[in-house]
Design a binder for this molecule. Structure first.
Ligand SMILES: NC(=O)c1ccc[n+]([C@@H]2O[C@H](COP(=O)([O-])OP(=O)(O)OC[C@H]3O[C@@H](n4cnc5c(N)ncnc54)[C@H](OP(=O)(O)O)[C@@H]3O)[C@@H](O)[C@H]2O)c1
Length: 345
């Protein structure tokens, strides 16, 4: 059986598939679904029939090529995108496995986060970067879980949140924030969540002990002090962020803070300088995509400790509209593109 599955891999290169393609940077409305070559897995890879793919502000940066720095990263390409098929987080079913892959079999339901290529019917990924899908989630929900690893690494590794500590989640209702509220609670923290009026009930339902509606109240006023602030927005003066921390407190910048050119670098340098003295810490982190943390998230989901929050589900042909929606910066949890019809998944 295994030999036949591997034979399928070697006979697949002429096959085609539907995928969202972008050959130049621009507004998401210009995205098209085209017929492209189906990828072929190497010995350490798996070929995945993608069922659902998550859409985030990060994908919007890659499509638009802004901030311009993204064009110099492995996700971008200069002067035009080197990866024609965008998309990172996904869930699906394994269609074929490479010769050296032992942890997965054809038919396994998996999820993970690729560098690119997830807005397509098929995706090749290194087997070491995927995990089995949580049993209690739909494919759409599972495609949202990789953003949980961002929140997990921000709070657990950069923020070093300890039980009983006070944690401020700024931008609590978005893709990363909805996970961050729940994960901070699961780490035993007392959570204050900042969001707009329409999302207050949502973040409260996710476990926030206190909600600050930023349209009415400034989190930097009122005198509350926190051990950790995780920032998904990046629009506040770093001195304000430092001021709301207790002695020994940690500021975890998740957002680069905007700007089309070198915005993120400016905020990083300013952050390092602002936090140089005073016994409070600037804990820069970048998500480290790895299967071990996907497994941690799966266990937390399967024990109903945390759950994904879905905003809207879109069709592959609606990828441009989905990206325009996430580009507003006001997603309510995760947006997901349904690639394979549920009756066939
Ligand atoms: N460091 C890393 O490795 C890493 C990984 C993933 C993502 N990121 C970055 O993390 C950031 C958040 O990503 P995301 O996917 O969670 O974004 P998102 O889904 O667009 O969420 C943005 C959040 O910001 C809130 N918000 C917008 N304007 C605000 C304002 N003026 N004041 C306060 N809150 C405001 C929104 O709430 P309302 O709708 O209620 O306004 C929403 O909760 C992005 O900058 C992304 O690039 C970094």
């Amino acid at each position: 059986m295994q030999a036949l599955e591997k034979l399928t891999v070697t006979t697949a290169p002429t096959d085609t598939m539907k995928a969202v393609v972008h050959h130049q940077y621009g507004e998401p409305e210009g995205l098209m679904v085209s017929e492209v070559g189906k990828p072929v897995p190497g010995d350490d890879d798996v070929l995945i029939r993608v069922v659902a793919a998550g859409v985030s502000i990060g994908d919007h940066h890659i499509i638009t090529g802004k901030p311009y720095l993204v064009r110099l990263s492995p996700f971008g390409g200069f002067p035009r995108p080197k990866n024609p098929v965008p998309g990172a987080a996904m869930s699906g079913r394994i269609e074929a496995v490479g010769a050296k892959v032992t942890a997965f079999r054809v038919g396994d339901e998996v999820f993970g986060q690729a560098l690119n290529g997830a807005f397509a019917e098929y995706l090749v990924m290194p087997a070491k970067l995927i995990a089995h899908k949580p049993k209690n989630l739909s494919f759409e929900e599972a495609a949202a879980v990789p953003w949980g690893t961002t929140a997990l690494q921000g709070l657990r590794d950069a923020g070093r949140v300890k039980p009983g500590e006070r944690v401020l989640i700024y931008g609590a209702s978005g893709a990363v924030g909805t996970w961050a509220v729940q994960l901070a609670k699961s780490l035993g923290a007392q959570v204050t969540a900042v969001c707009s009026t329409r999302n207050a009930d949502l973040v409260r339902s996710l476990g926030a002990d206190e909600v600050i509606d930023y349209t009415k109240t400034d989190f930097a006023e009122g005198g509350a002090r926190f051990d950790v602030m995780m920032d998904m927005v990046g629009n506040r003066a770093l001195s304000d962020c430092k001021a709301v921390l207790k002695q020994g407190g940690r500021y975890v910048p998740c957002s680069g803070g905007g700007g089309d050119w070198i915005g993120p670098f400016v905020r990083i340098i300013s952050g390092l300088l602002t936090f140089l003295f005073g016994g409070k810490f600037f804990k820069l982190f970048v998500q480290n995509v790895n299967a071990a943390d996907l497994v941690v998230m799966r266990e937390l989901v399967e024990t109903n400790t945390v759950k994904p929050v879905l905003d809207r589900t879109w069709l592959l042909s609606e990828a441009g509209a989905a990206l325009r929606h996430v580009g507003t910066g006001h997603s309510r949890g995760l947006n997901v593109i349904r690639i394979l019809d549920s009756s066939r998944a």
